[in-house]
Design a protein around this ligand. Structure first.
Ligand SMILES: [Zn+2]
Length: 365
């Protein structure tokens, strides 16, 4: 008789023993939209023994281009329930539980306490931080994933390693748009979700991994950057020691010290369109892809970084420091906030006449 798992069992790293691990594992998929659809549709056929699906939303017509397991007849049905049926069809031997509710503080314990791994299929950072804190407190591994237009990212966070808060210590609600607002192509969502599904399976099969990486997936140019991430020593109490300064402080410093460089780390087209006065450009993406992007910068100068929303800067600061830059500061508000704050009359914003700094088209390794 054929074994449905024979092709994966054939892999020497998996074998019968690995398959047993998969069958014994339990995974919760939080959010069964574009990411969760693809994640669940790979975990179930692989034989992950117990799968929980959590989603309070219903299927809509505009979901179908990326939530590929749903069909027109599923419209208006709860996503967790609809997906429950789909993955039971993919593999009737596994156990599936569905929860037609949004994950919240008051239900997270009950839903996630008996699973081995949590995987993020959500579209918002509020839920991601809820998962992050729960997993940290309960020594669980979780797999983060997000997509914003063409830019995807994912990571595995283990109980003893860095967490989401270590990477985004200053994130605020509403800073990332979800794909309902900003637009996305179906396969871009799928690419991130496939990474997540693979990470979940590998985490079950090879749990000894202890290095943590953030994978940045440029789904348009087919570029993947793998960035080593570290624990932030100040993460536990929810505070960081990031030297943050206000834009006005930067202006005062600049008056006294011409060697201070304001660095815009947004994408080049954003910088070209509009930037803070006097800013040079070095994109976050090129910075993460290769430290070569820094070779034209003087390590002894002082740098002040800003991005759209004060999200990427803490991480970019870490990259500069790893590369020997000692005086790196970040603006306590992102460009978008400064740009829209009418009370900040001191903020002078104008389009730069010429581009300075290094080229950001760094070759991908
Ligand atoms: Zn942390």
């Amino acid at each position: 008789m054929q074994n449905r798992y024979e092709k994966q069992i054939k892999l020497s790293e998996i074998g019968e023993a690995g398959q047993k691990k998969l069958n014994a594992a339990s995974v919760a998929v939080v959010g069964v939209g574009g990411l969760g659809n693809v994640i669940a549709s790979y975990l179930a056929p692989a034989g992950v023994g117990r799968i929980k699906l959590i989603d309070g939303d219903s299927v809509e017509l505009s979901n179908l281009h990326r939530q590929i397991l749903f069909s027109e007849k599923d419209i208006k049905e709860n996503k967790a329930h609809a997906m429950h049926k789909k993955i039971k069809e993919l593999n009737s031997t596994i156990s599936v539980e569905s929860f037609p509710i949004h994950l919240q503080k008051n239900n997270i314990d009950k839903i996630l306490s008996n699973v081995d791994i949590v995987v993020d299929g959500t579209d918002n950072f509020k839920t991601r931080f809820l998962i992050n804190n729960f997993c940290k407190q309960n020594n669980k591994t979780w797999v983060y994933g997000s997509i914003d237009q063409w830019h995807g990212e994912c990571a595995v966070f283990r109980s003893r390693g860095p967490c989401l808060n270590c990477i985004f210590p200053n994130i605020e609600e509403g800073l990332f748009q979800n794909c309902n607002e900003s637009g996305v192509l179906g396969p871009s969502v799928g690419m991130v979700a496939m990474f997540q599904a693979q990470l979940v399976l590998q985490e079950i099969l090879f749990p000894e991994g202890n290095q943590s990486f953030l994978y940045l997936i440029d789904t348009k140019n087919f570029e993947v950057s793998k960035i080593k991430i570290k624990k932030n020593k100040n993460c536990l109490n929810g505070r960081t020691s990031l030297p943050e300064i206000s834009y006005n402080t930067y202006l005062n410093w600049k008056k006294k010290d011409k060697n201070i460089i304001l660095l815009d780390i947004r994408e080049r087209e954003q910088y070209e369109k509009d930037a803070l006065e006097g800013a040079e450009h070095l994109s976050y993406r090129s910075l993460l892809q290769s430290p070569d992007a820094l070779k034209n910068y003087d390590k002894d100068k002082t740098y002040v970084l800003y991005c759209e929303k004060h999200l990427k800067t803490p991480f970019a600061k870490g990259v500069l420091e790893e590369n020997g830059f000692k005086n790196v500061f970040i603006l306590d508000q992102g460009y978008d906030t400064l740009r829209h704050c009418e009370e900040c009359s001191n903020v002078a914003i104008k389009a730069p006449l010429s581009l300075r700094g290094v080229e950001d088209d760094v070759a991908i390794l």
